[in-house]
Design a binder for this molecule. Structure first.
Ligand code: NAP
Length: 453
C-alpha cells in the first residue's frame, strides 16, 4: 500500500493497517518534504511542544517492519498517481488541506493582508514559506475568524518573545517578533460566544498570558435568544469564560487582545496598496431549519484602523491529479474514506484519510479514529483475496521505479540523522530544536552525516 502524506492521518492509517494480525502489510509512506509529520511539524505552534510529543507514537509506527518512508518524493510531480497505481494494491491519500479559504471581500489582496496559514508556516520554518515577509511595524493587527488557528496566530503576535525563545520557532520569526510594534490584536468572530470555534483551553491561554489583557465587550458576550435556548453543553465553557472576561474591562497591561463577536469584515481598505482599515458589519443570528445558527448582516457598519490582517477562516484542499476533487468543499469525493467520482461511484483501490477526506476540522487525535475507519474499508475491500494480490507489485519494483527517476529519496534513517542535527543545533542555541530551513540544506546535512558514517 502507498500512503501519500506523512502527517498524523497518514501515520494513523499506517498504524491501523499494521494492527491486522493476519495480513502481511507493506506500507510505503510518501512525503514531498524530506521531513515527516506534516502539521505536527509545520502547523502546531512552537509554544505547544507538548502536542508535538505525539511524534513518539509515529516513530514507533515508522519502526515497524514493512514500513518504508519515502521523503523528498513529490507525488503529482516526481511520481504520478497513475504510476503509483501500477505498483500498489491500494493508495491512501493523506494530503491534508493545504491552502486557505477566501473571504471574498474587496481589499483581500492588499499588502498587509495575509492568510493565517502562511504566517503559521512561516514561523514554523516550512521551506515553502521561509521567504514570506510580514511587516509587523504597525500597532494593530486584525485576525478574522476565531478558530484555534486564529488563537495560535494571536498568541504568537502578542506573547513575550522571550517566552518563545527556547521553542523550535524559526529564528528569523523570533527576531521579527522581537522588533514587532503590534500592541493590539482584534479578533473578529462572525457569530456569538456560543458558536466560537476555539477550544476553551486556547482562549483561556490567551486570557492567561502575562502582559496581555483579553477584552470582551459585555454586550457582545451576551447570548441572544436563539443561542440561549439551544446552548450546547460543549459551548458552555466558552460562554461562561467570555462572560467572566467581559466583566474585567479594559485592563492596564501593555498588550491587548480584543475579541469582537457578531461582526464580519466586509471590506479591507488601503492606502498606496497597503492595508490601513477594515470595515466591519454588525451581525445578528438566525437559526436555520437544520438547526444551524447563521450570522446575517444588519447594515450597521464600523471601521477599524489596522496595519495587518490575518484571514484565519479555515483551510481548503488542493487538487491532485488522479484524485477526484470536490472544488466547492475543498476535499476529495469520497464515501466513508473510499474515493468516488463526482457522481458517487467508487473509484477502486483509492482511499482518503484526514482533512482531505472530511474537511479541515478536528484535533490531531481526531485523525486516529478517522484513519482507522478508512483502514477498515480498505481491509473489507481485500477480504477474501489471497496475498500477494498482484505479484508484480513488489517493494523491489517500487525501488526500481524511483531509481529510474533518479530521485534523492530520504529514508526514515536519513530523517533521524536530520532530526539529531536539528536537536543538537537547538541545544547549542538553548532551543528544543533548530529546524533546517531549505530542502537543499537538509539534503546536504543528510549527505554529510551519511558520509561521516
Ligand atoms: P475552524 O476551527 O474551522 O475556524 C474557522 C473560523 O473562521 C470560525 O470562527 C469560522 O466562523 C470563521 N469563518 C469561516 N468563514 C468565515 C467568513 N467568511 N467570515 C468570517 N469568519 C469566518 O478552523 P481553524 O482555526 O483553521 O482550525 C482548523 C482545525 O484545526 C480545527 O479543528 C482546529 O480545532 C484545529 N486546530 C487545533 C489546534 C489546537 O488544538 N491547539 C490548533 C490549531 C488548529 P463560523 O464558526 O461562524 O463558521
Amino acid at each position: 500500500m502507498a500512503i501519500i502524506g506523512s502527517g498524523p492521518s497518514g501515520f494513523y492509517a499506517a498504524a491501523a493497517l499494521f494492527k491486522q494480525k493476519d495480513l502481511n502489510v507493506q506500507v510505503d509512506l510518501y512525503d514531498r518534504l524530506p521531513t515527516p509529520y506534516g502539521l505536527v511539524r509545520f502547523g502546531v505552534a512552537p509554544d505547544h511542544q507538548k502536542l508535538k510529543a505525539v511524534i513518539r507514537v509515529y516513530e514507533k509506527v515508522a519502526g515497524r517492519e514493512g514500513l518504508r518512508f519515502f521523503g523528498n518524493v513529490h507525488v503529482g510531480c516526481d511520481v504520478t498517481v497513475e504510476e503509483l497505481e501500477l505498483h500498489y494494491d491500494q493508495i491512501v491519500f493523506a494530503i491534508g488541506c493545504e491552502t486557505d479559504r477566501k473571504l471574498g471581500i474587496p481589499g483581500e489582496d492588499l499588502e498587509g493582508s495575509h492568510t493565517a496559514t502562511e504566517f503559521v508556516a512561516w514561523y514554523n520554518s516550512n521551506p515553502g514559506y521561509i521567504d514570506r515577509a510580514f511587516d509587523l511595524s504597525c500597532k494593530r493587527a486584525v485576525v478574522v475568524g476565531i478558530g484555534n488557528v486564529a488563537m495560535d496566530v494571536t498568541r504568537i503576535l502578542v506573547k513575550d518573545p522571550d517566552a518563545l525563545a527556547n521553542s523550535d520557532i524559526a529564528s528569523y520569526a523570533l527576531e521579527a517578533l522581537r522588533k514587532s510594534g503590534v500592541e493590539e490584536v482584534i479578533l473578529l468572530g462572525r457569530r456569538g460566544p456560543a458558536q466560537a470555534a476555539f477550544s476553551p483551553r486556547e482562549i483561556q491561554e490567551i486570557g492567561g498570558l502575562e502582559g496581555v489583557d483579553l477584552i470582551v465587550d459585555p454586550k457582545e458576550a451576551e447570548l441572544d435568544e436563539v443561542s440561549r435556548t439551544s446552548l450546547q453543553p460543549d459551548a458552555k465553557n466558552n460562554v461562561e469564560y467570555l462572560t467572566a472576561q467581559s466583566k474585567l474591562g479594559e485592563g492596564s497591561k501593555p498588550q491587548k487582545v480584543r475579541l469582537r463577536l457578531c461582526v464580519s469584515p466586509v471590506e479591507i481598505l488601503g492606502d498606496n496598496g497597503r492595508v490601513t482599515e477594515v470595515k466591519i458589519e454588525k451581525n445578528e443570528l438566525r437559526q436555520e431549519e437544520s438547526g444551524y445558527i447563521r450570522s446575517v448582516g444588519t447594515g450597521q457598519y464600523e471601521t477599524l484602523s489596522a496595519g495587518l490582517i490575518f484571514r484565519s477562516i479555515g483551510y481548503h484542499g488542493v487538487p491532485l491529479e488522479g484524485l477526484p476533487f470536490n472544488e466547492k468543499r475543498g476535499i476529495a469525493y469520497n464515501k466513508e474514506g473510499r474515493v468516488t467520482d463526482s457522481s458517487g461511484s467508487i473509484v477502486p483501490n483509492k482511499y482518503v484519510v484526514g482533512w482531505i477526506k472530511r474537511g479541515p476540522t478536528g484535533l490531531i487525535g481526531t485523525n486516529k479514529r478517522d484513519s482507522s475507519a478508512t483502514a477498515e474499508k480498505m481491509l473489507e475491500d481485500i477480504a477474501g483475496k489471497k496475498a500477494p494480490l498482484d505479484p508484480q507489485k513488489t517493494p523491489e519494483a517500487v525501488d526500481q521505479m524511483l531509481a529510474t527517476k533518479k530521485l534523492k529519496v530520504v529514508t526514515f534513517e536519513d530523517w533521524k540523522l536530520l532530526d539529531k542535527q536539528e536537536v543538537d543545533k537547538g541545544t547549542r542555541l538553548g532551543k528544543v530544536r533548530d529546524k533546517f530551513l531549505t530542502v537543499a540544506e537538509m539534503m546536504e546535512a543528510i549527505e554529510s552525516a551519511r558520509s561521516a558514517g
